[in-house]
Design a protein around this ligand. Structure first.
Ligand SMILES: Cc1ncc(COP(=O)(O)O)c(C=O)c1O
Length: 422
């Protein structure tokens, strides 16, 4: 308890930086070094390690941590239902904040505990028939792959993969060519788990719209890293996790389901929260995306997710995206200049995820050696993005993923340590 009080006072001090920050935001379009220091001061973990595992899970801003901890503390004292009553307005507002992050309507947002749940709600909700074709990208995550294979077994759908060009870029022409009158769905991954490439999701959306095909986008790695606008993208469904670039706590996520599409999806798991009416012979679903949710969820985490979305919006997604690209370009550049390192990212648009291998050293060993020096990275396994990794002939890769709160000094230190262990 003592520790909590101590933490709270530190957090309140740091929160005041938000006021300063709005001044910086007005005075510059880019995130200045001074602002980075303030953002780092608002991130308890930033001083402890060099955290280049933002594609795994980012460090929480103090304000997000405080939101969750405060709510849980109140819940413990007042009772779960009683505190929910007190926070009803804030819990309702969480949907508006999340909707604002992706330029959607709050009635188009369902909160889920991760991106996989959100993606499955959308994908498995589709009424597939034998012979339906699903066009997928080579970036798909393992959850999505399992979904495709499962739907092929269950319904007899056909899976068509649109592979990227030889230079790594997505090929819109190949997508156009793959479409037939049997195409039921285009599913794409904005940013893969084990590649730095960013897909041209709005252009894909235009093609989907022209052919009137459902479009499901996995935005798990892009949310919080770059601006997301479901209207500009033109997707019908979009899944997001909280813990990655959005900087929300683990166990959070959401799915966007466009209003016009909601009635076309089967709601697979339903409870009393999902319906508006029930009689002894029938029930009627809600008329918004909450029909895809269940009643019981962690209210503290819902508020934490919304706080993280608000935090990102407050900094500005364009500014975040700009800084991430700068840092990642610097990191790639430095790695490319090091003997024995192979950087695997290619394509015409790259993001904060930097993928590489070290000659003669297993990825897991690289990760361990870096961890001994207080540097966090992760290892990407072939199964996570099977199509992409198989095509590249890779079994594992090292993934260093930078966020706006990382610094050039950290990149320097990272390269020095890597040089010493390779
Ligand atoms: C591109 C992509 N999609 C989906 C997921 C699944 O997210 P979650 O673990 O929140 O279900 C991941 C997780 O790494 C991912 O990188």
């Amino acid at each position: 308890m003592l520790q909590n009080n101590k933490t709270a006072s530190v957090l309140i001090d740091k929160d005041s930086f938000i006021l300063y920050r709005s001044k910086f935001k007005m005075s510059t379009d880019t995130i200045s070094e001074q602002e980075v220091q303030m953002l780092r001061a608002e991130t308890r973990g930033a001083a402890a390690n060099i955290h280049f595992n933002n594609a795994g899970a980012s460090l929480l801003p103090n304000a997000v941590l405080k939101t969750v901890v405060d709510y849980l503390n109140e819940e413990a004292v007042s009772g779960g239902y009683e505190i929910e009553d007190l926070y009803r307005q804030q819990l309702g507002d969480a949907y508006s904040t999340i909707a604002r992050l992706i330029n959607a309507d709050p009635a188009e947002v369902a909160i889920a505990e991760n991106a996989s749940t959100g993606w499955c709600i959308a994908f498995h909700g589709i009424d597939f028939k034998k012979g339906d074709e699903v066009i997928v990208t080579e970036l798909e995550y393992v959850t999505n792959m399992i979904g495709f294979l499962n739907a092929r077994k269950l319904y007899g759908i056909e899976i068509k993969v649109v592979y990227n060009d030889e230079d790594g870029s997505f090929c819109l022409k190949r997508l156009e060519e793959a479409i037939t009158d049997k195409t039921k769905l285009i599913t794409a991954t904005h940013v893969a788990s084990t590649s730095g490439i960013v897909l041209p999701v709005a252009e894909i959306g235009q093609i989907a719209a022209t052919h009137k095909i459902l479009y499901l986008l996995d935005a798990c790695q892009s949310a919080g890293q770059m601006p997301l606008d479901v209207k500009a993208i033109g997707c019908d469904m979009l899944s997001v996790t909280g813990r990655k670039y959005l900087r929300a706590p683990r166990g959070t996520g959401f799915v966007y389901i466009k209003r016009e599409v909601q009635d076309r999806l089967k709601a697979l798991f339903i409870d009393g929260h999902s319906i508006q009416r029930i009689s002894e012979t029938d029930y009627q679903l809600r008329d918004d995306a909450k029909r895809f949710e269940l009643y019981e969820k962690n209210r503290a985490l819902t508020l934490g997710l919304a706080k993280a979305a608000d935090y990102a919006l407050n900094i500005g997604l364009e500014r975040i995206w700009q800084r991430i690209q700068q840092l990642a370009a610097l990191l790639r550049d430095r790695l490319q200049g090091m003997e024995g390192i192979t950087v695997h990212d290619n394509g015409n648009q790259l993001c904060g995820i930097v993928i590489f291998s070290v000659a003669g050293l297993e990825s897991e060993r690289v990760k361990r050696r870096l961890a001994e020096n207080h540097i966090n990275v992760s290892v990407g396994l072939a199964k996570s993005t099977l199509l992409l990794m198989n095509k590249a002939g890779l079994k594992t890769v090292v993934r260093a993923s930078v966020h706006y709160y990382n610094t050039e000094e950290e990149i320097d230190k990272f390269c020095t340590v890597l040089e010493s262990i390779k």
